[in-house]
Write a protein that binds this ligand. Structure first.
Ligand code: ADP
Ligand code: ASP
Ligand code: MG
Length: 444
């Protein structure tokens, strides 16, 4: 079996959907399970509609029109998703009446995107000669915790998923991104999470490959949207891909690698519009290349929290106390650095309203604390960094030449990456300079 996941960008237009259908047809001898995101842009529109409903305005026109045009162009019945659009409207009316939008309700609202796209894709496949059926992930055992918006799939769900999928005799088109908790409430596993769904399903059915079909030629040497002359990376190790996705390569959701590594299933990232090109293969091991590293990634809008103990408390005690407080509030840390009596943490900047401020207030009860926003982590990734003597020197020389001040430099024990902090405004010059270095400079 193989898992074929189509992202929202691949489901945006009829032309792209036709490519998707061609890909599924070609894979039929390998018994595909299809996983779909919502049609491109839909999740954002649903979030917007929910917020408008909270303010008293229920407006589904754009969402309805987009899907009806798609159905017409695919020559499918408009009635195909009527009950779902009606259900969505009912919930939004409820939100507008009670003027309350809980994370649980938000998850329910956004789930309609994937539920609609699974139905449309299954019908489109069927009408083009590939009998397919839509499957809501939460009906085949995709159970998560109740952390709405960022729910974690529960361990041990794979058996039930494999059993349910095994009993179907048409091509399953499974909703990405959504699940349900133990109480039966719909949950979502974090933005961009359909890749993760695909990997969990891949592990469940012990797929021979997990394919992620998207709008770029694979994992690239840097984010293509920066406008640099980027190249496709034909082969990556699981370790490299984990670092790349963790530090910002949107093309793969961070969770995706975990089930794949556990079951040793190769991942292929490829361009839906160029199905004959191999894209990027991600496997257990990839021999280091002859360049300085493989790729440069960045994570925008992170925060720097500096904690200083005026009473010279030891850095390790300070680190453990401060980290415990952040963890208790649900704040994760990407980089931590210590000096004799101070610690610095880099965290995401987009936590719900006031959470970071609350953390700072709590820490201030004991220490002096500062919070700096609008920062970014830039990260150089590649097995090559392990062996390349002098790589760090060259990286920071190039940054210095561009006037970029790198702070909080960190290299993990795996030596697969070098990460550091810059201002958001320095992302472009830093990534451009490092990308030039990466393409032109051979490792020593
Ligand atoms: P999908 O809709 O298929 O899930 P996403 O938008 O989630 O697609 O991910 C694909 C996008 O990831 C690309 O269009 C690209 O802009 C972005 N991206 C960021 N970094 C990288 C990278 N290193 N390699 C490839 N794509 C990247
Ligand atoms: N539709 C969801 C999102 O836009 C999940 C995904 O696309 O993977 O975040
Ligand atoms: Mg995505």
């Amino acid at each position: 079996m193989i898992v074929i996941k189509f992202g929202g960008s691949s489901l945006k237009t009829v032309r792209k959907i036709d490519h998707c259908i061609g890909i599924v047809k070609a894979a039929l001898p390998r018994r595909p399970v299809v996983v779909v995101s919502a049609h491109g842009g839909t999740t954002d529109r649903l979030i917007q509609a929910a917020k408008e409903a909270l303010a008293g305005k229920v407006d589904l026109d754009r969402i309805t029109e987009f899907h009806l045009i798609l159905l017409d162009s695919l020559r499918l019945e408009r009635s195909l998703v009527k009950d779902l659009l009606d259900g969505l409207e009912t919930i939004l009316r409820g939100v507008s009446l009670v003027r309350e939008l809980t994370p649980k309700t938000m998850d329910h609202v956004v789930s309609f995107g994937e539920r609609i796209s699974a139905r449309i894709m299954a019908a489109a496949l069927t009408s083009r000669g590939v009998p397919a059926q839509p499957v809501n992930a939460y009906e085949i055992g995709f159970v998560t915790d109740s952390n709405h918006g960022r729910a974690a799939p529960l361990p041990g769900i794979e058996e039930e998923i494999a059993r349910s999928l095994g009993s179907l005799n048409k091509v399953p088109v499974v909703t990405g991104f959504i699940g349900r908790d133990d109480l039966g409430n719909i949950t979502t596993i974090g933005r961009n999470g359909s890749d993760y769904t695909a990997a969990i399903i891949g592990a469940a059915v012990e797929a021979e490959e997990i394919q992620i079909w998207t709008d770029v030629d694979g994992v690239m040497t840097a984010d293509p949207s920066l406008g640099l002359k980027v190249h496709n990376l034909p082969l990556l190790s699981f370790g490299e891909a984990s670092e790349l996705s963790y530090y910002g390569a949107e093309v793969l959701h961070t969770g995706t690698l975990i089930p794949a590594i556990r079951k040793n299933i190769p991942i292929r990232v490829a361009n839906t519009e160029k199905p004959d090109q191999p894209g990027t293969r991600i496997v257990t091991q990839a021999a280091p290349g002859d360049k300085l590293a493989k790729s440069i990634v960045y994570k925008e809008d992170v925060c720097l929290i500096n904690v200083v103990s005026p009473r010279l408390m030891s850095a390790s005690l300070l680190l453990s106390y401060a980290l415990e407080r952040l963890t208790r509030l649900g704040i994760g840390v990407h980089i931590a650095a210590t000096s004799v009596s101070s610690v610095s943490f880099v965290t995401d900047g987009n936590y719900p309203d006031g959470l970071l401020q609350k953390a700072v207030e709590e820490l201030k009860e004991l220490w002096s604390v500062s919070l700096e926003r609008d920062k970014a982590i830039v990260c150089v990734v590649g097995e090559e960094l392990r062996a390349g003597a002098g790589s760090l020197g060259r990286i920071f020389t190039v940054l210095g030449e561009q006037g970029v001040k790198a702070r909080l430099v960190s290299q993990s024990a795996s030596e697969l990456n070098v990460a550091f902090l810059v201002d958001n405004s320095e992302i472009k010059p830093a990534v451009t300079a490092l990308h030039d270095l990466l393409l032109n400079d051979l490792k020593q």
